[in-house]
Structures are given as C-alpha cells and as structure tokens.
Design a protein around this ligand. Structure first.
Ligand SMILES: [Zn+2]
Length: 272
C-alpha cells in the first residue's frame, strides 16, 4: 500500500503534469471509484482548471482555480498513470481527459481506491493526525500519548500521525532501536527523542528515493521507486541484521506483520 513517501512522489510528479491544465471530460468505468454524489463530482470537475496538487497523509488532493477540491486515495493497488499499458487496461476505473488532449488514468486492480469531492480543501480528510515530517511534531505527539497500545500500532494510527504505514513504521522503529511491542506510553525520554528523529528521517530518505516498490506501487511515469534497496528490516524475515547479524524476526501485532531485529531492538516493555 502506498504510504507517505510514495504519495508525496506522485504528488510532486502530478504538479508538473496537471497544474494549469483543464479537465475536458471524465469517463468512469467503475462507478464505486467515486465516493458520494457521482453527478455532482462530474459537474464540478468538468471544465475545472487545476491550480494545485497537495498531499495530506496518504491522500492526494487536487484543487481547482475556483476552490473545488477532490482527493484520490490509492489504498491497496490504486495508481495514477499518464500512459496506459495493456496490462493496466482491464483495471482502468476512471479517466480524465484534459483540453490539450493529455490523459490521466486511475487504474486499480483491487478496487479499494476512491476519489472524493470535498466542500473545500480546509474541510477535507477530517480526523487525520499531524504530518510526521518534522521531529518537533513527532516529539509533541509522542510526549502526550497515554496509551498502553504497542508503539507499532500507534505509528500506524492515522488519527495520531498521518501517512505512516507498515514499511516505514518498522524501519523507523529499527533506526530508533525500539521493539515494536513496546507500550507507547512507557517510552522513556531517550526513546521518544530517537523515534522523533527516526520517523521523519526514514520518510524523507524514502521520498528522496521516490518511495518503495514491493508489489504494486508505481510512480506517475509508471516506474518503480528506489527505496526497496535500502530496507533494514521490512520484508527481511530470517535474513541477517545489517548491524549485528542476528536474523530478522517477524511477529503479528493487531493483525499486521512487524519486522524487527531482536538484538538491536530490545525488550517489549520499553524500560531498558
Ligand atoms: Zn541487529
């Protein structure tokens, strides 16, 4: 599933490709791709000139010159591509055609991805926590947590911090040397500080590499990301830790797999 770095990569590419372009028509191949009123969606978007493209958590937001705002949530397998190849053709769910003849395709094999119109940008995506790209924000959030949930579950909670998914939660915890089962509320000051730095660092490094491609994620130009070559623990079950050589372990926490080094990430309670 695309997380913050993958969505940010797509947003940056979309800015170059669709800003100042005007939507001429929308063709919908799978109606449930649009959340809410489909007629209204079409009416507001046809003729719209794109003024800005934004990211909020894992959402892509597109704003028109008149303030019309809609989001694209890629979920499991959704992707936006300029050119459509043969394999994607059967999974095409929606197509924008711009007045200059260029096209933008929403392709989604599993059909969980959604497009949604909002009253305005300020009212979009309610309930999301702050962006985790600066240490001060993450530090403030961690400091005020009063939960006995495992820190891994807390990092995945979009209402606490927006945009982090399974890959980057595991990688950030490894970098901070924190066991994923550690209760969030018992992280000591030193651990809070390490995690406050490691979360933004992991995300920014991945943005610089255009995200992580393990299965489905593709950039707008239909290319893979580059961060998969730099993972320390995610997807490396049984392989030796790059730091200490201990085999990486995988456990399930609230139904999600968590990868960690049992030696570099000590203790499940957080008081070492
Ligand atoms: Zn290790």
């Amino acid at each position: 599933m695309p997380e913050l770095p993958e969505v940010e990569t797509i947003v940056r590419q979309l800015r170059r490709q669709i800003i100042d372009r005007t939507i001429a028509s929308i063709r919908v191949f799978w109606p449930r791709t649009i959340e809410g009123n489909k007629t209204e969606f079409r009416r507001r978007l046809c003729g719209l000139t794109v003024a800005g493209v934004w990211r909020r958590g894992k959402y892509i937001g597109v704003e028109g010159e008149d303030g019309t705002f809609f989001t694209v949530h890629l979920r499991m397998t959704g992707k936006l591509v300029g050119a459509l190849d043969t394999a994607d053709r059967r999974h095409l769910r929606l197509r924008f055609t711009f007045t200059d003849g260029t096209k933008l395709h929403f392709v989604d094999a599993r059909k969980f991805g959604r497009l949604r119109l909002w009253p305005c940008r300020g009212e979009s995506c309610p309930g999301l926590g702050p962006e985790p790209l600066c240490p001060e924000t993450v530090r403030r959030v961690l400091k005020h947590l009063r939960t006995n949930r495992p820190v891994k579950s807390v990092l995945l909670d979009q209402a606490i911090l927006a945009g982090i998914g399974n890959i980057y939660a595991d990688e950030a915890l490894f970098l901070a040397g924190i066991h994923p089962l550690t209760q969030a509320a018992v992280l000591n000051a030193g651990q809070q500080e390490l995690l406050s730095r490691s979360v933004p660092r992991i995300l920014k490094l991945a943005i610089g590499r255009r995200g992580t491609t393990l299965r489905n994620y593709r950039t707008l130009a239909d290319q893979s990301g580059g961060n998969q070559e730099h993972l320390n623990v995610y997807g490396r079950t049984g392989a030796p830790c790059f730091t200490c050589g201990t085999p990486i372990e995988r456990i399930r926490i609230n139904g999600r797999s968590s990868h960690f080094c049992p030696k570099c990430q000590r203790s499940g309670v957080g008081r070492q």
